[in-house]
Ligand binder design. Structure first.
Ligand SMILES: NC(=O)c1ccc[n+]([C@@H]2O[C@H](COP(=O)([O-])OP(=O)(O)OC[C@H]3O[C@@H](n4cnc5c(N)ncnc54)[C@H](OP(=O)(O)O)[C@@H]3O)[C@@H](O)[C@H]2O)c1
Length: 216
């Protein structure tokens, strides 16, 4: 499988890209500036010389040509990133890992959106794409620390059954990650908003939290 990551030069995109590439998946990091993505990709490959990571860098349009596309920009840039790629993303599985968050004083709070979530907002902007939401609660630093096994649950939701299945299959290819079917895209709002709770826990406990769901 070939995964493209829009906004792949940030900590989240690079971390996820590294973790997917370590699982044998070909990854293209996307950027508004091709040179930035190429540099980020080269850095990852050089950081793990023994792993033979297949990571390249391209403009976001190049990353959008991949088989499955992950959106990893900040919320503020999400629509501006996907809107010009509408054609390239038609019929593709597009996985949003974006949460809409705002800093209020010392606190990070979730922002309420008219459509209920970033993923639903992206889905409305990309009516021909098959949008899923996943990866929100995986800390970027741990994703990128390939020397450590990351054992975590990943909540996945989508309206399109195949998009959900493909996304869950991708997650399950990563040793240590368990994909959990969290339902339809209407669940993306609470999933995204819970990221603010994770960040509050990280601050309170000086930690990097991730999700493990009991009772399943
Ligand atoms: N950090 C985490 O631990 C983590 C974990 C899970 C999910 N997430 C989510 O993943 C997303 C990315 O997080 P991050 O920490 O990697 O963010 P980031 O570093 O702020 O942004 C990621 C990349 O997006 C591009 N970008 C920035 N502003 C943009 C804009 N206005 N329009 C278009 N592109 C823009 C930049 O790439 P170029 O300048 O190269 O184009 C940047 O390197 C967020 O939505 C976050 O909620 C983060």
């Amino acid at each position: 499988m070939h995964v493209g990551i829009l906004g792949g030069t940030g900590p989240a995109g690079r971390g996820l890209g590294a973790r997917l590439a370590a699982a044998g998946i070909e990854v293209t990091l996307g950027s508004r500036e091709r040179a930035r993505a190429e540099a980020a990709a080269a850095e990852l490959v050089a950081a793990w010389p023994d792993r033979g990571l297949r990571v390249s860098g391209h403009e976001n349009a190049g990353a959008a040509a991949a088989e499955l596309v992950v959106l990893a920009t900040p919320f503020e840039g999400a629509l501006a990133t996907v809107a010009p790629l509408r054609r390239a993303l038609a019929d593709k599985v597009v996985v949003s890992m974006v949460s809409a968050l705002v800093r209020v004083g010392r606190e990070i709070q979730a922002v309420s959106l008219p459509r209920g979530s970033v993923a639903a907002t992206v889905a409305a902007a990309l009516p021909s794409a098959r949008v899923a939401a996943a990866f929100h609660h995986l800390p970027a630093e741990d994703l990128g620390a390939l020397e450590e096994r990351l054992v975590a649950d990943v909540l996945v939701c989508a309206d399109d059954a195949e998009a959900k299945e493909v996304t869950m299959g991708l997650i399950e290819r990563v040793d240590g990650l368990r994909a959990l079917d969290a339902g339809r895209l209407s669940q993306a709002g609470p999933i995204e908003a819970f990221t603010a709770v994770c960040i509050a826990l990280n601050v309170r406990y000086k930690a990097r939290t991730y999700l493990r769901v009991g009772g399943l």
